[in-house]
Design a protein around this ligand. Structure first.
Ligand SMILES: Nc1ncnc2c1ncn2[C@@H]1O[C@H](COP(=O)(O)OP(=O)(O)OP(=O)(O)O)[C@@H](O)[C@H]1O
Ligand code: SF4
Ligand SMILES: [Mg+2]
Length: 438
């Protein structure tokens, strides 16, 4: 890290050693009501987006949240940052219960919990200059850094690998990777202790992903910022997070230290995810992989008992009648919790058809492709990672700014203190960027 970054380390206070984890989430639940009926609308159901989720995040720690699309990762992130009101459960920040804290109560800690959003094209207000985007949160939170807000914003631009002279430019003049760096600078403007990063690299080119992940990793290491790192790329999570929680249909089904989880997955779903992940190692090329078939059931009406049972090759009667508790199984490392009645043996080797007799009913076993498909491991691109932001270059910038932009900015703009305005037509035309679908 640069000298500027080191100076930031000194400026930042480390979280109080209160004995409590930085973040403690217990039984967190979010059910979105579904309204219907005529002529009078009433609640006819609820999307069980997040259901009874518990985890902790220590100071300076990174917890990865992984799982298929729609499993509740973003909702969990937004609950933690209090962008959503929880249905039940509790959220404690440094021991203080903030589950239903009002605006006033939240004010002192608002700046300490920040969010980086998935889509760098819609999460920056196209009408604001980069300088305004970064200084606005300071202004709203009454932060007056020595030297002034503008100087601080320029310093932050440098820290995230952008040219401070870009201060007066607009978001559409940047590439996707550069915009994500602006989002990081905006989050850093308030000296956060916890950042919820919601798929911060999934909308970026593979070559840029490693650079942004390495930037975040540097911030975690040097500034002691804790992360809830949301992703569905297991290799990136492994690179970035010390602990990993696997979610399925609104539930955490397994949580463990990364080494324990990746070497000894006990939940069939974790095992399937890991075995399906691309592996560039030619030694593993011939290994079998479990490919889950069928769609994730609707969170409006999730299966009884274990929610994974409709896709699980090990499911038995008990799985339909009893919900498996999230517990430490015999043989699991300390803190490695699994929710399964009939767990895997913890072997890191992908399961063969012979050891999974019902596999073909619920999952297909396929040889792993010799060539990794999809996103390669972040570790696999060390050169790209070292190259840093400045190496992103114009070519990438030009490529990315040609795509489509979201017509409206998301409520995510709350980090700036204001809801993002709708994209204006002119900026929209210029700012068209690609939004990667999950
Ligand atoms: N505001 C909302 N109103 C109703 N349902 C919602 C709302 N937000 C999310 N959901 C539903 O909650 C479930 C979880 O959504 P969420 O966005 O948390 O998933 P995710 O794991 O982040 O998925 P992805 O990987 O695609 O981003 C989904 O079924 C989604 O449709
Ligand atoms: S509880 Fe049953 S259905 Fe659920 S993951 Fe375990 S074996 Fe599969
Ligand atoms: Mg999401």
């Amino acid at each position: 890290m640069s000298a500027e970054q080191t100076s930031l380390t000194k400026a930042k206070e480390t979280p109080a050693a209160s004995g409590s984890p930085l973040l403690e989430v217990t039984g967190l639940t979010k059910h979105f009501p579904v309204m219907g009926g005529f002529p009078f609308k009433r609640q006819v159901g609820a999307v069980q987006a997040v259901d009874n989720v518990s985890f902790t995040v220590g100071a300076g720690e990174s917890l990865g949240l992984v799982g298929e699309s729609g499993c509740g990762k973003s909702t969990t992130g937004r609950l933690v940052t209090r962008l959503y009101e929880p249905t039940s459960g509790s959220i404690k920040y440094l021991g203080q219960d903030i589950t239903h804290a009002g605006r006033k109560e939240l004010a002192p800690i608002r700046s300490e919990i920040q969010m980086i959003f998935q889509d760098p094209y819609s999460s920056l207000n196209p009408r604001h200059t980069v300088g305004t985007i970064i200084t606005n949160p300071m202004e709203i939170n009454g932060i007056n850094p020595p030297g002034g807000r503008d100087a601080r914003a320029k310093e932050l631009l440098e820290i995230v690998g952008l040219n401070p002279e870009h201060f007066n430019r607009f978001p559409h003049e940047f590439s996707g990777g550069q915009r994500q760096r602006i989002g990081v600078a905006r989050a850093l403007a308030l000296n956060p202790k916890l950042i919820v990063a919601d798929e911060p690299v999934s909308a970026l080119d593979v070559s840029i992903q490693a650079q942004v992940v390495n930037l975040l990793q540097g911030l975690q290491r040097e500034l002691g910022i804790a992360f809830v790192f949301i992703a569905h790329d297991l290799s990136i999570v492994r690179h970035f997070s010390q602990r990993v929680a696997v979610m399925y249909l609104g539930k955490v089904v397994e949580i463990a230290d990364r080494d324990s989880l990746y070497s000894s997955p006990r939940h069939p779903y974790t095992h399937a995810l890991l075995s399906a992940a691309p592996d560039a190692d030619p030694d593993n090329a011939a290994a079998e992989r479990i490919r889950l078939t069928g769609d994730v059931p609707s969170p409006l009406n999730p299966p009884s008992g274990c929610r994974f049972r409709t896709r699980c090759w090990k499911a038995q009667e008990k799985c339909a009648t009893e919900e498996p508790p999230l517990i430490q199984l015999a043989g699991n490392a300390e803190g490695h919790l699994t929710a399964c009645h009939f767990p895997e043996d913890g072997s890191s080797k992908p399961v063969g058809a012979s050891s999974v007799p019902k596999a073909r009913d619920a999952a297909e076993l396929k040889p792993k492709a010799a060539k990794a498909e999809g996103t390669p491991k972040a570790e696999g691109t060390p050169k790209a990672a070292k190259a840093g932001a400045k190496a992103e270059g114009k070519a990438e910038a030009e490529g990315k700014t040609e795509g489509k932009a979201e017509g409206k900015a998301e409520a995510e703009g709350k980090t700036e203190g204001k809801a993002e305005a709708k994209t204006d037509a002119k900026a929209d035309a210029k700012a068209k960027g690609e939004k990667s679908e999950d």
